[in-house]
Design a protein around this ligand. Structure first.
Ligand code: DLL
Length: 443
């Protein structure tokens, strides 16, 4: 159980009581907040009102949190279609911050926050950081991008609220990041998992020994990552690596986070209500079953969002967590319902290929998948870097290794692929989200 704490000014703070509420009490809060949220959305946002009217649902039909499934879904395309401010429920004079998320096509998606929303977002991050055992005495280096992306400023705000010494390093310039980490005495870091792996690799080049730094906690998110990547990070540094989840449409980072158990992410259910639905039919599924995560904001004023289809695939865990928090957990998000590609009739997720690669000891987590179409036949090329010690001039050795990797992919994914072993450091590194799949097919 976490402890109460004093900030730098000696001010006393309670442990995050909301994390430990009895479920019945939490449900009452959720019901109250949902009802207020639906009223606001219905009254102020034409899209929500029209959708509810089309289903014949009135705000007064929402009597308890269990009625949430009566409400219509919201999709990413709704935010695109109402660009930029059509989903706002308040006048822009009340909006103190805008962020935007790069849409997959065309215009970005714009999100806004009132002062109260900023409080809630800050509190969300604060609680997440506390789950990662981060405290006011920590020096936290925020290497998510600052700007319209919610990662940098989001984590910054919450870390400052917690009372940490925040180092707003933003993304990029790895040599400088490592220098800051060493010279400023960074004790906790947050960035994308792929960027931290890049830092580990670069550290030797710049003469920084990650094992002798005071850095002991890492908070990673914004893209899927695997248990194998966690092992790699924890083996090559002294950090304990935690998973943080979120999305701009709902608030940004801070919707959920792992605790010390490193086993599933607690959703801050008093602010963001999770459901799991069948991605095909939208029908709600019981806890324990895998499906698409759907989220409803329970406290957002500038842009209330009802039942947002995240496309993130996970399940709600049924057991209570050993840490004592009563907030339900979701399993780590390894894939989205929409990053699937179909190769010769087989559904493939990039995360499956990653798992297959990481089962081969010689492989590093640096890879990319290139899809092409030759004479109407799809081909998949997996380019992967192997550890420097395994990269050899001997054709037969490389051939044997290539075969081993191909077999691992066939076993797990069920498709045959072309494997290309590339020289160490040949695959372009990302300072933000890693782009893994290059779909060059003209269909
Ligand atoms: O990525 C917010 C964020 C910033 C989360 C920093 C965590 C840390 P968007 O750019 O809107 O927001 O992208 C949201 O990224 O729907 C997931 O598909 C993916 N994602 C975010 N966190 C994780 C994670 C930010 N921990 C989309 N694991 C989401 C897997 C994640 N996927």
């Amino acid at each position: 159980m976490e402890q109460n704490w004093n900030d730098k000014n000696g001010k006393f703070h309670m442990a995050s009581a909301m994390d430990y509420l009895p479920r019945e009490q939490l449900r009452n809060i959720q019901t109250q907040r949902l009802r207020a949220m639906v009223e606001l959305a219905y009254e102020k946002v034409p899209l929500h009102r029209n959708r509810m009217d089309a289903l014949g649902v009135k705000p007064s039909d929402i009597k308890s949190i269990d009625d949430i499934s009566k409400l219509p879904f919201t999709q990413k395309s709704d935010l695109r279609d109402t660009y930029p401010y059509g989903m706002f429920a308040v006048d822009t004079s009340e909006v103190v911050r805008l962020h935007a998320s790069s849409g997959t096509t065309g215009k970005p998606i714009v999100v806004g926050y009132t002062e109260d929303d900023m409080e809630v977002w800050g509190d969300s991050i604060l609680r997440c950081l506390r789950m990662c055992s981060i405290a006011p005495k920590d020096f936290i280096q925020v290497c998510f991008g600052y700007g319209l992306f919610t990662g940098g400023l989001g984590l910054h705000g919450g870390a400052e609220k917690l009372g940490c010494t925040v180092i707003p390093a933003s993304g990029g310039n790895t040599e400088r990041q490592l220098m800051i980490m060493r010279d400023f005495g960074t004790t906790a870091i947050c960035c994308t998992p792929s960027y931290f792996i890049h830092m580990i690799e670069e550290s030797q080049k710049y003469g920084v020994d990650m094992k002798t730094l005071p850095l002991t906690r890492g908070v990673f998110g914004a893209e899927p990552w695997s248990e194998q990547m966690r092992m790699y990070m924890q083996k090559n540094t002294n950090i304990k690596a935690y998973d943080i989840y979120g999305l701009s449409e709902i608030t940004g980072p801070g919707v959920g986070c792992e605790c010390g158990e490193q086993n599933g992410l607690h959703i801050l259910e008093d602010y963001y209500y999770p459901e799991i639905v069948d991605p095909e039919t939208g029908v709600p599924l019981p806890d324990g079953e895998e499906g698409e995560l759907v989220l409803t904001t329970l406290s957002k004023r500038a842009m209330p969002i009802l039942r947002y289809r995240t496309h993130d695939i996970t399940s709600i865990m049924t057991e209570t967590c050993k840490c004592g928090r009563t907030l339900r957990r979701i399993r780590r998000i390894g894939r989205r319902s929409d990053d699937m590609f179909i190769i010769r009739g087989v559904n493939v997720f990039p995360s499956q290929i990653e798992v297959a690669l990481m089962r081969v000891e010689e492989c590093t987590p640096n890879y990319r998948i290139i899809l092409e179409r030759e004479k109407d036949l799809d081909t998949v090329t997996v380019e992967v870097e192997v550890g420097e010690q395994y990269y050899s001039d001997s054709v037969s050795e490389l051939d044997a290794l290539r075969k081993k990797i191909r077999t691992s992919i066939v076993n797990i994914v069920g498709i045959s692929v072309v494997v290309k072993i590339v020289e160490p450091n040949k695959i372009p590194r990302s300072e933000g989200k890693a782009k893994r799949v290059f779909d060059n097919r003209k269909i």
